[in-house]
Structure formats: C-alpha cells, structure tokens
Design a protein around this ligand. Structure first.
Ligand SMILES: [Zn+2]
Length: 230
C-alpha cells in the first residue's frame, strides 16, 4: 500500500485514504519510552518495528490488514494477515499441478522466499510445457524453444525468473557465496506468473469462448430462418 493509493485486497477497489478507511500503527520496544535511545549494538534491535495497516473497504466491507516489518530483523517482510494469502484462485482449465505450485509459492512467501522463488520457477516450467507443448532437457532450452512465440520483453523476464529460481534450486558452487531473496522480490516473481496466467491461459480461454459463442449464435440464427415463401 503506497501513500497515494490504497486498494482493497479483497475486491481490488480503490479506497480513499482518510480516517474512516485507513489506520496505521507502529510498534516497537522503544515506543512509549521517549528517553530511550538505543545507542549500543545490544539495544539497537529495540528499534526494529512492525507497522500494521488496516484498510476498510467501503465497497465490499472487508478489512484488509498488512503487517510490514522495518529494521534489521524484519526488514522487507510483509505479512498478509487478512486475507491470509494473496493467491488468486484460478479456473479449472489451468492444470491442477500448475495451480498448486502457484498457491504453494504464495503460502511460503514470507517463511521462505527462496523456496517460493524455486516453486515459481517450477510453475513457469509447467506452464511452458503445458501451454506451448514444449518439453526439453532444461528450462533454459524450453525458453529458447518458445523464443519466437512470445514477445521480446516477456522472453527476457522468463530467463530472469529461471535464473532467480535457480538460486533456491541449486546451491552455489562456492558455499561461501550466499544470495538471498527477499519476500518482496519473490512476490514480484509471483506477479509475473499471474501476468502469464492471464496472457496465456485466460486470454486463450476467453477468445475461444467468444468464437464459440459467435458460431453458436450463427447456428441458432440459421435454424430460425424461415423459408421466404412460407
Ligand atoms: Zn473491497
């Protein structure tokens, strides 16, 4: 939730930011102790804080609640308290294994962003294999195979997601080299998966439905036509 625009996490409706619709509370261990100045390393963690944000949606009457971490210990951590998961529920025409990987990647987003990124990578591979009917030795080869079928910007991001997902999937050769993935970063990968779900599966389904509707309409109209001289 940025400072300018608030959105309801349930219905997606924009929510005006004023006293009746938005509340924010900060909590830390120096709160209420104005004389407390954490100076040494031992006490510095007392400055780490959480911010709780509540948005009351006038449209659907649900209250969205996020808990946002600040400071050394909770840095970059966002927890969705209500709704508990931001995972969208996708229709049955998207294969179950793909939906499960996506939902699981959402569920462990804060607990283990690295594992979440690995699941996003697996979800992506499942989507490429199912949607484009491509199956190669590696995900890298599969992305290469659909090179001409997707737009150049999507292709670049596919490759980036593959590489970021590799961080969790394969340990670095140099064990002293640790690359961390933050929850916000893993969340962005999931947003990209959502974009592909929309661009590939949902658009294809909607287009097919529209075409079928027109064909059905034509059949229907033809059957209603009466012979001219009757
Ligand atoms: Zn709402």
């Amino acid at each position: 939730m940025d400072s300018e625009h608030l959105f309801c996490l349930f219905c997606g409706c924009p929510v005006p930011k004023h006293y009746d619709t938005f509340r924010e509370e900060n909590l830390n261990f120096s709160k209420g102790r104005p004389q407390f100045v954490p100076s040494d390393d031992e006490n510095f963690h007392k400055r780490d804080e959480i911010t709780i944000q509540l948005v009351d949606c006038p449209n659907c009457r649900n209250v969205s609640i996020d808990i946002i971490g600040k400071g050394r210990q909770f840095r970059n951590r966002i927890m969705n308290f209500n709704p508990i998961s931001l995972a969208k529920s996708y229709p049955n025409y998207i294969p179950l294994t793909i939906r499960e990987d996506y939902e699981e990647a959402h569920a462990i987003l804060n607990l283990s962003p690295k594992a979440s990124a690995t699941l996003s990578r697996r979800c992506l591979q499942g989507m490429i294999r199912d949607f484009w009917q491509v199956s190669k030795r590696s995900l890298s080869d599969e992305i290469e195979a659909i090179n001409d079928l997707v737009d150049p910007s999507t292709r670049k991001v596919l490759d980036a997601l593959r590489k970021i997902g590799n961080i969790g999937a394969h340990p670095e050769k140099d064990i002293n080299l640790i690359v961390d993935i933050e929850p916000l970063e893993a969340h962005k990968l999931l947003k990209f998966i959502e974009l592909l779900m929309q661009k590939w599966y949902i658009e294809r389904h909607d287009n097919e439905t529209l075409l079928q509707d027109i064909l059905d309409m034509d059949t229907n109209k033809q059957s209603q036509r009466k012979p001219k001289n009757s």
